[in-house]
Design a protein around this ligand. Structure first.
Ligand SMILES: [Zn+2]
Ligand SMILES: [Zn+2]
Length: 340
């Protein structure tokens, strides 16, 4: 093929349109991937709405891409990659290697992080060109549609949990059971934590238990912090829903030295008083996704424990529908686009 199809947004907040483009060639230490699936993430909205500086339009979003390498740029084979390898490209789309965090080896907080669908054309397309440091190998047990969401949603919650202070059998609460949260409950239970799911409404209790939660807290039934303390207090709360009030309402439910790990993105301030933190030595911490190796670890763990994102798959031509369902919350639970 000399042309390939992409779903692009022509201007800020515009609708997706399918266009044909000339097939890109991978440069040095880059590969081209024939995309088989790409998840639709809430963070795509930051770019579609031009909410970040210098977003290029027309924009091809997509940072949960999964597929097969179909062309190698110079040097990619020496770095261990071959045509046909199954890989993902996630939120971590490569780092600059020259900023201070990169020089310290902390690539995920790179000052010039190359997020696909922002730094370069993303995965809402039949192909994507990415640098080799962005690639994570997909285990055989995971389909492309399973793997894509692991490259942002999956790695964010998996890494957020394993980098927390929680140890096996500690009480760990997952606040929100949507796109991120339903995966987080599955990971937390498989990691051996006594797992609590927190969500709105009594009707979600059965679903939370099906995901593997040992306890369910209905946040509309009473103070969440009291419910957590009644269970002994949470060593860690992983806050996945972008609701600052709801996140803050969990703080008094933490144990001494407990931590609130924030992954649900929202610009609203969190109403937490210093006193809530000081006396019990509590911690509130943001957690930024993970590198390509972290994604690979996430997928390896998911394959071993039978963990999958619940996805709704649509063809690339229906990018508008997929994006709208992600935005209005009607997706069950992760929208995934496939160029069929
Ligand atoms: Zn994302
Ligand atoms: Zn850097």
């Amino acid at each position: 093929m000399n042309t390939y199809r992409v779903a692009q947004v022509p201007a800020p907040n515009g609708s997706f349109e399918i266009v044909e483009r000339e097939v890109p060639r991978p440069g040095p230490r880059h590969v081209r991937i024939a995309v088989e699936a790409c998840g639709v993430c809430h963070s795509d909205a930051m770019f579609v709405s031009a909410g970040m500086p210098g977003v290029p339009f027309p924009l091809v979003p997509g940072h949960e891409a999964a597929g097969r390498i179909d062309e190698l740029g110079d040097g990619a084979d020496e770095m261990g990659w071959q045509v046909g390898d199954r890989v993902t490209v996630g939120w971590f789309g490569g780092s600059c290697l020259h900023c201070v965090p990169c020089r310290r080896g902390d690539f995920i907080v790179c000052d010039n992080l190359k997020i696909p669908g922002y730094a370069y054309d993303g995965g809402f397309a039949e192909a994507i060109v990415a640098p080799v440091d962005a690639l994570a190998r997909i285990p055989d047990a995971l389909s492309a549609a399973d793997a894509g969401p692991m490259a942002c949603a999956g790695v964010t919650v998996y890494n957020g949990l394993r980098r927390s202070g929680a140890r096996p059998d500690d009480l760990v609460a997952i606040q929100g059971i949507g796109g991120l949260g339903h995966l987080a409950v599955r990971f937390a239970a498989a990691m051996g934590y006594e797992t609590v799911a927190i969500a709105r409404g009594a009707d979600k209790a059965d679903f939370a238990k099906e995901l593997g939660a040992h306890h369910y807290v209905d946040s509309t039934a009473g103070p969440v912090a009291e419910a957590l303390q009644a269970l002994g207090g949470a060593k860690v709360v992983l806050a996945t829903a972008g609701n600052s009030e709801a996140m803050a309402s969990t703080v008094d439910g933490l144990t001494p030295r407990g931590e609130l790990v924030v992954v649900g993105a929202t610009p609203d301030p969190m109403p937490i008083s210093p006193l809530q933190l000081i006396l019990k030595g509590r911690l509130v911490r943001g957690h930024p996704s993970g590198t390509a190796q972290d994604v690979q670890d996430t997928m390896t763990f998911a394959a071993r424990h039978g963990i999958r994102s619940m996805t709704e798959v649509l063809p690339l031509d229906e990018a508008n529908t997929a994006y709208r369902k992600m935005m209005d919350g009607s997706a069950r639970f992760r929208m995934v686009l496939t160029p069929s």
